[in-house]
Every structure is written in structure tokens, then in C-alpha cells.
Design a protein around this ligand. Sequence first.
Ligand SMILES: O=C(O)C(=O)Cc1ccccc1
Length: 273
Amino acid sequence: MELGYLGPMGSYSYTAAKYYDPKSLLVGMKTFREIITTVEEGSIEEGILPIENSTEGAVTQVMDNLMETEESKIQGEIILQVRHNLLTVAEDASELKYVLSHPQALEQCREFFANQFPEVVLIPCESSSTACKIAKEKGIEYGAIGNILAGENNGLHTLYKDIQDNLNNQTRFVIIGRKNTVPTGKDKTSIAFSFHDDFPGSLHSILKEFAEENINLTRIESRPAKTELGRYIFYVDFNGHQEDLQCKRVLNNIEKITNKLKIFGSYPIGQIY
Ligand SMILES: O=C(O)C(=O)Cc1ccccc1
């Protein structure tokens, strides 16, 4: 089984992919969009994508891109305890001027840099493992935020460990693929919907359906519909599989109330690593 991830090797996505399926053949890619496109086209079977973080919230780029999918479904999830480290070319920070990483990682360590290295310029790049590679090429003024593994792979020093602002920093990854899943009894389903018109109680009318079937929601987010200010797409995750009877009833009912209902998929509840 080939599994696409945000590469190169040593990224946080790589770690998550290894935990999810140690046997799969990992294929490093440059962007989240590339991962989604290759799964959509069927040229790779699965892809892994970060979708939300316990401190920073939604990974909006992934959520927006998933909205456009036609063939791929969410068929798994995994939660990774993300520990950031300051990895540098030099053995100390005396020359440190620039620190590179994925925007998500930079955001999750903003306080650390404001307190410890207010003069350091934070530079976004494609991934934390790419950041390590670039830092190594650039020299002693450079550092990266990444996995210790990525630092070691690139010959960097681990200057500070656990620099994430929130000690309990978790990222939830979803696995997309083209297969349908079967109910396991411990599943989750992800959907998104929008309304024809704005009307009082619109969101309530949806939430009521879940409440009446005693279905627990595990996440609710809104994203701009990108048509006009004040129009939203709502993203909801809930416990249960779309083939379960109660879930089927809810999905049937809310399809009638909503303008567009997208079911991203049902999948076994993931473990935390
Ligand atoms: O840049 C990486 O290594 C990634 O895999 C993206 C990412 C960044 C920060 C937290 C989780 C995933």
C-alpha cells in the first residue's frame, strides 16, 4: 500500500504515517494539494493530512481542499503528540538569525521565540523536514523547528527540546483513500454542509437531528463559503458510521434542510501516539 505524506522523510506527517501503518510504502510529496490530487486521480492509494491542532485549530488549507474532492474519502485518523525542537547548524545560538519551518510549526512555537529569541526571523517553508535541509545548506545563522529525527538526518544540533507553547500539543491527521469502510462499532463520520438561505435556527435544525438520535458531535467548525461575507460552510464530526441506522436517519433528514451536504467519510476512531 502506498501512502502519500508531506515530505521529505522526517516530517511530522512522516512520523504520523509510520504510526498509522508501519507496513505501507511512504511516498514524500511537496504539498497537501499534491497528496489530495494524486489520491483523487488514483495514482496513489492513500494520503495522510494534518486537519486540526489542539492549539491552532483547523488546518484551513487542508479543510478547503478536501471540500473539492470527488473520489477520495476520509478512511482513517490518527492523533500525534507533536513535540517541536529547535535544531541548529551551530552548536550554540550566538549567531542564530533565521528559523525555518512549516507555518503550523512556527505558529505552535511563537511564544517561545518571542520570549527567548525575539530578534530571530521566522520563515515559513514547505515542511519541517525541508526546513532542516535548507538550514543545513545555509549555515550557522540558520535553524529549523522539527523532529529530532529530521535534525539528525540533516546533521543538525538539537539546541532546545519541547519548544511548543502548549505542552500538550496534539495534531489530528486524517487518512484519505478511495475505499469504502465498514462499521466497526467505534467509528466517526465527517461531513460538511451549507444552507440555501440564512434563517433563524438553521444550525439548530441540524444539531437537533443529532441530539434526537443521541449522537455525540466531536467537532464543529465553520469556514467561509467564499461567495460573500457572512456565508459559511459548517464542518461537523460525529460518533458513528454513516451505515449505522441512527446516522443514516440523521443524514437523510439533514440532506433535506441543507443546500449541499458532503460526507467526507466514516472511519474507525483513531489512537493517540
Ligand atoms: O511540516 C511538517 O513536518 C508536517 O508534517 C506538517 C505539520 C507541521 C506541524 C504540525 C503537524 C504537521
